[in-house]
Design a protein around this ligand. Structure first.
Ligand code: GRF
Length: 216
């Protein structure tokens, strides 16, 4: 059976004028504090971008409130309504194309993604992870850092590849692990750095994409 994702054309990029803000699509499954950090960096003029839409796969999450407060559209794609991961990703790509998204940020997206999404946004699909990759990939990064008794952990923004938490690294920040840390206290300290490096990484990509626009 042919895979219908090949019928989806890549996200539009060449119609964007040099100097125009990078159009972002955000994917979130939870609190959305990283998404909000991106929105604040844009408001402060530290990031030349615009969030076109937030996709979420869970109802009633805080990320929705953070988007609505800023007038950012939200789209609920319940993963339970899709038979396969690829089908969900096709719906995600179609939504982002509707909003002319150029670059996608997985900001606490708790689903494994497929080649469908990667192919639609080559080198423009990024993720934030709460460890210094390649250490502690997966969903228990904070707990694993504590169990390993490392003295320093951190966070990583990276391009997304099919292997989970393994794509090329864009920006990292180190965070000390303190003797009495719990997963909550350590995660809170890591998140302070996440909120700094995620906008930085997107701005790096935005500048690269703008250079590509000029040379087209
Ligand atoms: C972050 O710690 C991120 O590294 C991980 O999920 C968490 C999302 O937090 N992938 P938030 O929803 O942005 O507050």
């Amino acid at each position: 059976m042919p895979d219908t994702y090949s019928l989806i054309s890549p996200a539009p990029t060449t119609n964007m004028q040099p100097g125009s803000p990078l159009i972002l699509g955000i994917m979130a499954s939870g609190s959305g504090s990283n998404f909000e950090a991106v929105a604040i960096a844009i408001e402060n003029g530290d990031l030349h971008a615009k969030v076109a839409v937030l996709i979420h796969n869970k109802p009633d999450i805080q990320a929705i409130d953070r988007a609505q407060k800023r007038g950012i559209p939200t789209v609920f794609l319940d993963h339970l309504n899709y038979a396969t991961r690829a089908e969900l990703d096709r719906a995600i790509v179609a939504t982002f194309q509707t909003y002319q998204v150029e670059c996608v940020v997985m900001a606490g997206w708790m689903r494994v993604i497929t080649q469908v999404l990667i192919d639609a946004f080559p080198d423009r699909l990024i993720n934030i992870h709460p460890s210094l990759l390649p250490s502690f990939p997966g969903i228990h990064a904070i707990e694993q850092a504590l169990a390993a008794k490392v003295k320093i952990t951190g966070c990583t923004v990276h391009l997304v590849s099919l292997e989970v938490d393994a794509g090329p690294i864009l920006v990292q920040a180190a965070v000390p692990v303190l003797p009495n840390d719990t997963s909550e206290t350590l995660h809170a300290r890591v998140q302070i750095q996440e909120h700094l490096i995620l906008p930085q990484a997107i701005e790096l990509l935005a500048q690269k994409i703008n250079t590509d626009r000029i040379s087209l």
